[in-house]
Design a protein around this ligand. Structure first.
Ligand code: C5J
Length: 223
């Protein structure tokens, strides 16, 4: 087993076998990152998320070079919204709700322009793309089965938003026995204090949910 180590990971060095490791890029889709999508409809400043696209691109390129498995997720719903419970759709007072028409097509609906992953991070052949109706990527998807088929044991997380879909998925993964690490500068929140709190809570108490590291901490510091 060839083991790599991120020596400066917190709270302790993170050892992994690249052959059994997947990068999971959460929801880097236009609906959250560009004006006119779900994120902006909720009243958020989407530029905070757009700012990490170059960092996620560097991490993606590193993972591809290292031959990690790569998974992209998209928060998305069927066109008839049969997988969007009213409790989700009717929440809050957004300018536009899931399924409503917006400048990038129907909000958070599969196949609409706004549901696409931003061009700079587009999946390439052989990478897994998971459409998920919930915040966690394991809920109501084939992610668990697909990772098992590939023999994946370690997950490295990036994407948005840190405290919602990234953290939820990381907690789901932790409970399923995956060894998880979050790359701090490749994740963002509309609310920076929530990102900072999430990073701290993940690695607290000896790594209660997993590990964290920065791009510069990755093996060879190449990312
Ligand atoms: C949210 C997400 N924030 N991808 N989704 O609704 O974090």
């Amino acid at each position: 087993m060839s083991v790599a180590t991120i020596a400066r990971a917190k709270p302790s060095p993170f050892a992994f076998d690249p052959r059994h490791t997947a990068l999971v890029v959460i929801d880097m889709q236009r609906d959250f990152i560009e004006p006119g999508g779900f994120g902006e409809a909720l009243g958020n400043d989407v530029s905070l998320l757009a700012g990490i696209v170059p960092d996620v691109a560097r991490l993606l390129s590193f993972a591809r070079d290292q031959r990690w498995h790569v998974v992209h997720t998209r928060e998305s719903h069927a066109a008839d919204l049969s997988d969007c419970p009213p409790a989700k759709r009717l929440r809050g007072e957004p300018n536009a709700r899931i399924g409503d028409a917006g400048p990038m097509g129907r909000i958070l609906v599969r196949g609409e322009p706004g549901n696409a992953i931003v061009e700079a991070l587009a999946p390439i052949e052989g990478e897994l793309v998971i459409d998920k109706p919930g915040k966690g990527a394991f809920y109501a998807t084939r992610l668990g089965e697909e990772l098992a088929l590939r023999g994946v044991t370690h997950l490295v997380f990036a994407g948005v938003t840190t405290e919602v879909c990234v953290q939820t998925t990381m907690r789901e993964a932790n409970d399923r026995g995956y060894v998880c690490l979050l790359v701090e500068d490749a994740t963002a929140s509309y609310i920076p204090a929530f990102k900072a709190a999430t990073v701290e809570m993940i690695r607290s108490q000896g790594g209660i949910v997993g590990w964290t590291a920065t791009l510069a901490d990755l093996p060879g510091g190449r990312a």
